[in-house]
Design a protein around this ligand. Structure first.
Ligand SMILES: Cc1cc2nc3c(=O)[nH]c(=O)nc-3n(C[C@H](O)[C@H](O)[C@H](O)COP(=O)(O)OP(=O)(O)OC[C@H]3O[C@@H](n4cnc5c(N)ncnc54)[C@H](O)[C@@H]3O)c2cc1C
Length: 140
């Protein structure tokens, strides 16, 4: 694995938001995801699940609710889709099917080491590429 300034573990809301903020600051990084983007929303929710928080509240850096139902409540599948679209739109450098097993950072050398394991991506989908630029604050 090449030397990078930052490693983000998990391509859920938080990991992708952090990735967006790192990219905005031109900090090279990778997002390691053991499954697919939004893995938790795809695999750890039940069929009838809906968010408790309304659509307008679900915000990610640079992105606010664009639809016509701000007071609606997303399903898990819709939430997964939202997160996956965000990963694609921001060009988050996600490595799917890759588990982080440990990590260690060194202040002296400003480097960190990670032990990672490659898994076959569940559906072969992957998001990677150059990150976009823009303000890094929710809904801006
Ligand atoms: C049942 C339930 C209902 C919820 N309802 C709401 C709601 O209505 N509104 C709301 O705002 N929030 C809700 N939440 C909370 C919301 O899910 C979390 O706040 C949000 O998902 C946290 O995002 P995250 O990116 O930290 O975690 P996650 O979305 O869980 O993403 C973490 C990612 O990290 C990956 N990962 C974990 N370990 C590793 C590893 N070692 N190596 C590589 N990848 C790894 C996982 O596969 C996953 O994709 C709910 C949570 C649950 C469990």
């Amino acid at each position: 694995m090449p030397k990078l300034s930052a490693v983000v573990v998990g391509a859920g809301h938080c990991g992708l938001a952090v990735s967006r903020c790192l990219a905005e600051r031109s900090i090279d990084h990778v997002v390691l995801e053991r499954g697919e983007v939004a893995h938790s929303w795809r695999t750890q929710r039940w069929d009838s699940f809906r968010l408790l928080t309304p659509n307008w509240m679900t915000r990610l850096p640079g992105r606010s609710y664009p639809g016509t139902d701000p007071d609606g409540y997303r399903t898990a599948a819709e939430t997964a889709q939202l997160i996956a679209e965000y990963a694609t739109a921001t060009g988050a450098p996600v490595r799917t099917g890759t588990s982080s097993r440990s990590s260690r950072s060194s202040r002296r050398s400003s480097s960190s080491r990670s032990s990672i394991t490659r898994h076959p991506p569940p559906s072969g989908r992957r998001a990677c590429g150059a990150a976009s630029r823009g303000p890094c604050s929710p809904g801006s």
